[in-house]
Design a protein. Structure first.
Length: 418
């Protein structure tokens, strides 16, 4: 089937799912999770091909994003089960008013319809997106990247088996077979067939969708995330947070890309940070973090002098830009100028400083004394996520079930005319 044929079939199938009961959708999700586990061997074989083809072409941290294991597949299946356990977001009475003329006006949540997702080298997105769409009553058309195509195909085939066993149409889920730019363009311009387009990937993909989409598009993903270490920070806490935010999984969008340090604490904190991120990691055989330093921090510790672009780059690697500031106000100004409004954190024991930071920093997730790595649908109790929206309309932050619905007004009368 062509991409357009898939969209037309999904459009025809979507109404049946929008009317489905919570029990029917949950049964389908559990069946999809079981089918995923039963297909583990096939999925791992397909993933092995993708990983082998990608070696030497993409960085080791991106290989890690691509690689699947039995444990990760089990995690994907559990993510589907978690979504099944969540409340149904469809058919909720959001508000109700009775007008002076007796009309009862209710606002009710409804599915969006057909959701198209363009994503890159993370095969787990296939199952996350499908689960969220099915639970929220939406048909989905997925378009993965060529690096993960075999893996995504094996995952999608398993999920379709689960749908079929549960008695739902397989046309509720499609994986686009064409991984060229043509298919992406077709999704961006499928007016009347795509109700929402969600890109998940790097800055180039997001920019292409924003610039070219003729269908409603939600901006997601790119994360130039900051951790600000205030003069009143607990040093030990700050070291733990920056280590986790940078090194636990540097290839994801909620990893820290920049550490901002108050000048009053810089001479004490920066040498300890360098030892933690560079020296200790070298001693234990781990990849050290390359520190790209502004002029002030370069006078305190060794590293690479930061270039003009380093504070505007999502490295997705073991690289951290470092800047010294004189105040929380300056830190907030820097974040405003360079952030992608994804996730930012402050480490401080001063409640007034924390309150200022929270009010001044306009990102989708703002942390006080915690790692940015928590910006995630599962960590926020949403099951899994469709992506991290960095815009304000209509979704912001981790996109769960409610962000995949719209609403309509239902009006009850007894013969009123205007």
């Amino acid at each position: 089937m062509t991409t357009i044929d898939m969209l037309k079939a999904a459009k025809r199938a979507a109404p049946s799912l929008s009317r489905a009961s919570s029990e029917t959708k949950n049964k389908a999700l559990l069946s999809m999770a079981d089918a995923l586990i039963e297909s583990t061997d096939k999925i791992l074989l397909a993933n092995e091909i993708d990983v082998k083809n990608a070696e030497g072409k993409i960085s080791p941290v991106m290989i890690d994003r691509l690689r699947l294991t039995e444990e990760r597949i089990e995690g994907m299946a559990q993510g589907i089960r978690d979504v099944a356990a969540l409340p149904d977001p469809v058919g909720l009475k959001l508000s109700e008013t009775i007008r002076p003329n007796g009309l009862k006006i209710t606002k009710v949540s409804v599915p969006l319809g057909v959701i198209a997702i363009i994503y890159e080298s993370r095969p787990n997105v296939t199952s996350d997106a499908a689960a969220l769409c099915i639970k929220s009553g939406n048909a989905c058309v997925l378009r993965g990247g060529k690096e993960a195509f075999n893996s995504a195909s094996a995952v999608a085939d398993a999920l379709k088996i689960g749908l079929r066993k549960a008695g739902l149409s397989e046309d509720l889920l499609f994986l686009v077979q064409d991984t060229t730019r043509q298919s992406a363009t077709e999704l961006m311009t499928a007016v009347g067939l795509v109700d929402a387009l969600i890109p998940r990937g790097g800055a180039g993909l997001i920019r292409a969708c924003i610039e070219n989409a003729k269908v409603p598009c939600i901006q997601t993903g790119t994360g130039i995330c900051h951790v600000y270490v205030d003069k009143d920070a607990d040093i030990g806490m700050a070291l733990n947070i920056i280590e986790n935010a940078k090194t636990s999984r540097p290839s994801v969008c909620n990893a820290a890309e920049c550490c901002i340090v108050h000048r009053d604490i810089a001479s004490e904190f920066l040498p300890k940070m360098r030892e933690r991120l560079v020296g200790d990691r070298e001693k234990s055989g781990k990849t050290p973090v390359e520190l790209r330093l502004d002029e002030s921090s370069a006078k305190i510790i060794d590293g690479t002098l930061a270039g003009d672009a380093d504070f505007d780059t999502e490295f997705l690697d073991y690289i951290l830009a470092v800047k010294i500031v004189d105040s929380v106000e300056e830190a907030a100004e820097h974040i405003t100028a360079h952030s992608t409004t994804h996730s930012e954190a402050i480490v401080t024991n001063n409640d007034d400083t924390a309150a200022y930071f929270v009010s001044a920093v306009d990102s989708s997730s703002v942390y006080v004394n915690a790692s940015t790595r928590f910006t995630d649908g599962g960590e926020f109790g949403l099951g899994c996520e469709m992506g991290i929206s960095t815009q304000k309309l209509h979704a912001r932050g981790p996109m769960g079930l409610s962000e995949l619905t719209s609403y309509k007004y239902v009006i009850y009368g007894n013969g009123q005319t205007r």
